[in-house]
Structures are given as structure tokens and as C-alpha cells.
Design a protein around this ligand. Structure first.
Ligand SMILES: [Zn+2]
Length: 329
């Protein structure tokens, strides 16, 4: 079962999280493999997407944000876009779109950052967004401060977190065809009045970057975790091996219906709205050509067929439409 473990280091300004996606991850891979249009992901894309899914769960839980955290990697290369999306209840979905074949040995830059155009975007889309409100988005290049291409997603995200939150972070990520997993260790923001004023808190936290000895020791231990260990060992073994000399305060793991799990948000209503945005002329063209419009969700593979009658209903004035039966999704 997929699980998320949260823990604190007793008396120290350091917290951590360990996620292991098992059924949530294989569920996602099986749906993709079953899609006759796309087939299964090539191994490097699968590894990237798994690391993104694990990282998105860690980041969503870390900020406790009420809405969707969307992690995207895109740029120039055969992988047009990779997306992992995690809701505040830890329901997750992920997908990748390719425009050309991906070599079995392709690294991150070969997939999305051939000419340095690769980007990683983190979007926070609030659940109850009021009209006109834009979701928050942070974008970082897939390179370090010296302009060298980064080949590990964990390095990209560590850099992002240091920039956006002024908090030192260690991330270890790994994924294969059975498990997608991640370990996050982060220095906690300074407590006290400073935290009430964002500017003060930020500069105070910035002063602390790299200076907290307890954090540095724990970060060093965390960095020693290999991807192989992360994929093959259970959470208890990993935490014991890394931190047996530290005083760990562990919370009840989140698993099952409370834990990370595959959950798609697609619905016939949403697909209908998408077709409305496409426009009546475009829809009629497809109908004339194929007889019906079949939209497949790229996240879960669910098909939503619309025939001429369904389509006509979409494009009639709202007052003549029958009431929508499934208002609550
Ligand atoms: Zn779906």
C-alpha cells in the first residue's frame, strides 16, 4: 500500500517526510500501458514521472495547501510535457506527452532540455479560486547557478525550494516499474515574531542557510541514501539506517484512503466544457470526419464519446439545456 511518513527531529529545527508509492504508482503505469494509442512509457520517462509524483506528494504535504499542487517539466526535446498533480487529500495523477521516441538511456536533458529550454514549474491552484484569481506559479530552469544542465529532478527542486522558501532542503527521489519514492529533509523556518512579517522572516531564514549544524548533520545523513535503497527498503528500515543516532518523533503514517493514491478528476462535464472552448465549427468538423468525438483522458485513459446529438446539446443556448444531473463531482 502507498504510504507517507512524517517525522520531526526532537528538539531540532528539522523535519522530514518519506513517501513510497506502490499501488498508486503501478495503477498509473497500468492505465498507461493499457492505452492502445500511447502504450507504456519508455523507462527514462517512467523514472522521471515517478520521481515527479513522489516529489509532488512531498511538496503538497510540506506546504499543507488546500488545492492542487501541479509539478510540470517541459522544454525542448522528445518529452513535450510531464505533469504530476496532487490534491490536498493526497489524490494524485500524472502523465507525460511525447512528440518523438525516447532512447532507453536518455537523461533529463536529452528528454526535455536539449538546447537549455527546459523548465520546471510548480503551480498552486487553490480549491476555491475566486473569479479572476490567478494560481501561484514558480518556474525554474533545469540548470544550476553556473548555467550547467542539471540531470536530476531532485537537484532542480532543491534549488527551487531554497530560492522560493529560503529553506535548505535535501531531496532523494527514485522510481522504477514497481515503486516511486522520495525522502525530504528540511530545515524548519525560525519560530517567533519574525514569522509574522514575511520580509523579516525571509531574511532571517536566508541568514540561516547552510549554518545550522544540526540540520547539516541530518542533511548529510539523508544524502547518503542511495536510489537503490530508497526503492528496495521499507520506510522503517530506511529511517532506522539513516537516523538511528537521532531522536525521531514519528507521526502515524498516512496510507489507504488517507494516504497517497491514484485519483483522476476528469468528468464528462469537464470534457464537455473543453469541447465548448474548442468551438462548434471545430466540433462539427470532427463529427463530419469521424461520426463522433471521442475524448480520452490523458491521465486515466477514460473515454468520453460525444455523438452528434451530444455535441449539438453542448452548443445550444444554456436556457434550453436540461438541468445538469451531476453537479457535485
Ligand atoms: Zn481521467
Amino acid at each position: 500500500m502507498s504510504e507517507l511518513h512524517k517525522f520531526l527531529f526532537d528538539g531540532l529545527p528539522v523535519r522530514g517526510m518519506l513517501v513510497r508509492l506502490t499501488d498508486a504508482w503501478t495503477d498509473l503505469l497500468e492505465r498507461r500501458a493499457a492505452n492502445v494509442d500511447t502504450g507504456a512509457y519508455p523507462a527514462p520517462v517512467r523514472a522521471l514521472l515517478g520521481e515527479m509524483a513522489a516529489a509532488a506528494v512531498l511538496m503538497q504535504s510540506n506546504i499543507k495547501f488546500n488545492g492542487a499542487l501541479v509539478l510540470q517539466v517541459f522544454g525542448d526535446g522528445p518529452v513535450k510535457l510531464a505533469v504530476a498533480e496532487v490534491q490536498s487529500d493526497l489524490g494524485l495523477r500524472a502523465t507525460a506527452t511525447m512528440t518523438a521516441s525516447v532512447d532507453d538511456t536518455a537523461c533529463l536533458s536529452h528528454m526535455v532540455n536539449m538546447a537549455g529550454g527546459g523548465r520546471c514549474a510548480i503551480t498552486l491552484d487553490p480549491q476555491d479560486r475566486h473569479p479572476g484569481q490567478q494560481p501561484y506559479q514558480g518556474v525554474v530552469p533545469l540548470e544550476d547557478a553556473q548555467g550547467r544542465k542539471l540531470e536530476r529532478l531532485s537537484d532542480v527542486l532543491q534549488h527551487y525550494m531554497l530560492q522560493s522558501e529560503q529553506l535548505d532542503t535535501v531531496l532523494v527521489l527514485a522510481a522504477d516499474d514497481r515503486v516511486a519514492a522520495g525522502l525530504l529533509i528540511q530545515r524548519m523556518p525560525l519560530k517567533g515574531e519574525g514569522n509574522l512579517g514575511a520580509a523579516l522572516s525571509h531574511s532571517d531564514n536566508e541568514d540561516q542557510i547552510g549554518r545550522n549544524e544540526d540540520y547539516n548533520r541530518i542533511a548529510h545523513l539523508a544524502s547518503s541514501l542511495t536510489q537503490e535503497e530508497l526503492l528496495t527498503l521499507d520506510a522503517d528500515t530506511i529511517l532506522h539506517r539513516l537516523f538511528w543516532e537521532e531522536k525521531l518523533l514519528r507521526f502515524e503514517p498516512l496510507q489507504g484512503p488517507e494516504g497517497p493514491r491514484f485519483a483522476c478528476r476528469c468528468s464528462r462535464e469537464r470534457v464537455g466544457r473543453m469541447l465548448q472552448n474548442l468551438g462548434a465549427a471545430e466540433a462539427e468538423d470532427i463529427l463530419a470526419e469521424r461520426g463522433s468525438i471521442d475524448v480520452a483522458c490523458e491521465f486515466c485513459g477514460q473515454h468520453y464519446p460525444f455523438d452528434a446529438v451530444d455535441a449539438a446539446r453542448l452548443f445550444t443556448a444554456p436556457e434550453t439545456q436540461p438541468p445538469v444531473s451531476s453537479k457535485v463531482q
